[in-house]
Design a protein around this ligand. Structure first.
Ligand code: GLA
Length: 401
């Protein structure tokens, strides 16, 4: 009797039906390359509506951005309404039906993201998830949400300063537990949801975020569409490269390409640096009024390919020479991306920058492709390179030597 019982159990375990009935589905892996898409905050901020999200989804498809890899359409802050007596968070009048909106975005072959935080309020003062983490995660999954940005904000005054004033180690424990709680709540839904920690790069977030399922974590405060801010953020990324890899990425914040008064060169350089940094590429511009030259930057397949390189190795600054910096990123198959950036305000016309290949570990002429002109280029040692202020020369070397 005993023998036959264990035998039948063993047989049951071997049948495919038993395997599917008993084994919970393995969670799908997400963010194997840095997430790409669009987020509402950098252009719309608090004005974003359901219609803006639908229009943006339409334009991501019709502009060719989807084909270039932009998949996530992310609603940032200001979609939230009030919680009812059962604790269910409702949307506000700008978002009448989130499930219908998610269905619409999915019908375009895109994915949809949403925003909340571990405190009682978001940064914009709207309801966040404190005390309702599982309930909110389940609601997101029911709506069909594919991406959550989880923003610290009021958790500091609400919880950290109340529960552990002047006790930094305890504050760290509480904050990490809060991010872990939402990470677990998302996993428990069984839906693959990208988990984006927005915590402004404090407290060495890159050291603890991956362990609790963070797929990306902000490494800085908020970006603005100004060269000085973009360059300051890029500079702060050097040294963080070892923390990034498939499934878990440093996030120097969403793109400002096409926003504000950034010059074409600044837009190009911003995009280049984010690609070298293996940064998530979340466009943040006004898609209905996107100029052709901005679309050309965002959809430059060669540059996107640097960002999305399957090796997942973040690049860094190799060396700098005055106001010119040389950034490199190692790519799959031994290829190398080299970005030479004129970060300062003056041109080098009277004394051009001379490339030092040995500082990149390279010897002899290097044949490659200039990714912003699409033309072949050969880099040689000591070659003078003249780059306009805030512009960049980006070269892919498929066989560096
Ligand atoms: C913070 C984040 C921004 C944005 C706003 C929304 O400032 O860093 O990216 O999400 O909150 O209120």
């Amino acid at each position: 009797m005993r023998i036959s019982a264990s035998l039948s159990l063993a047989l049951l375990a071997l049948t495919p039906f038993a395997a599917t009935a008993q084994t919970p589905p393995a969670p799908q892996v997400v963010a194997q390359t840095p997430p790409m898409g669009w987020n509402s905050w950098n252009y719309f901020a608090g004005r974003v509506t359901d219609k803006d999200i639908r229009d943006s989804a339409d334009l991501i498809v019709s502009s060719g951005m989807k084909d270039a890899g932009y998949i996530y359409v992310n609603i940032d802050d200001t979609w939230e309404g009030e919680r009812d007596a059962s604790g269910v968070l409702h949307t506000n009048s700008k978002f009448p039906d989130m499930k219908a909106l998610a269905d619409y975005v999915h019908s375009k072959g895109l994915k949809i993201g949403i925003y909340s935080g571990p405190g009682s309020k978001t940064c914009g003062g709207y309801a966040a998830s404190l005390g309702h983490e599982e309930q909110d995660a389940k609601m997101y999954a029911d709506w069909g949400i594919d991406y959550l940005k989880y923003d610290l904000c009021s958790f500091i005054p609400d919880v950290l300063l109340k529960q552990a004033p002047n006790d930094y180690p305890e504050q760290m424990r509480i904050m990490i537990a809060a991010y872990d709680k939402m990470g677990k709540a998302l996993k428990a839904t069984g839906r693959p949801i990208v988990y984006s920690l927005c915590q402004y790069g404090w407290d060495a977030v890159w050291e603890w975020a991956p362990a609790l399922g963070g797929n990306l974590w902000r490494t800085t405060g908020d970006i603005t569409p100004h060269w000085d801010r973009i360059y300051a953020i890029a500079s702060q990324q050097a040294g963080l490269e070892s923390y990034a890899g498939p499934g878990h990425w440093n996030d120097p914040d969403m793109l400002e390409v096409g926003n504000g008064e950034l010059s074409l060169a600044e837009n190009r350089t911003h995009f280049t640096l984010w690609a070298i940094l293996a940064a998530p590429l979340l466009a943040g511009n006004d898609l209905p009024h996107m100029k052709p030259e901005i679309k050309a930057i965002l959809t430059n397949r060669d540059v996107v390919a640097i960002d999305q390189d399957a090796l997942g190795k973040q690049g860094t600054r190799a060396y700098s020479d005055g106001e010119v910096e040389v950034w490199t990123r190692h790519l799959q198959g031994g290829a190398l991306a080299v970005a030479i950036v004129a970060v300062g305000d003056s041109r080098y016309s009277t004394h051009p920058f001379h490339l030092n290949l040995s500082k990149l570990g390279l010897h002899g002429p290097q044949a490659g492709k200039n990714l912003w002109t699409g033309k072949p280029i050969t880099l040689t040692n000591n070659m003078p390179i003249e780059i306009d202020s805030h512009d960049v020369l980006l070269v892919r070397l498929d066989a560096p030597k």
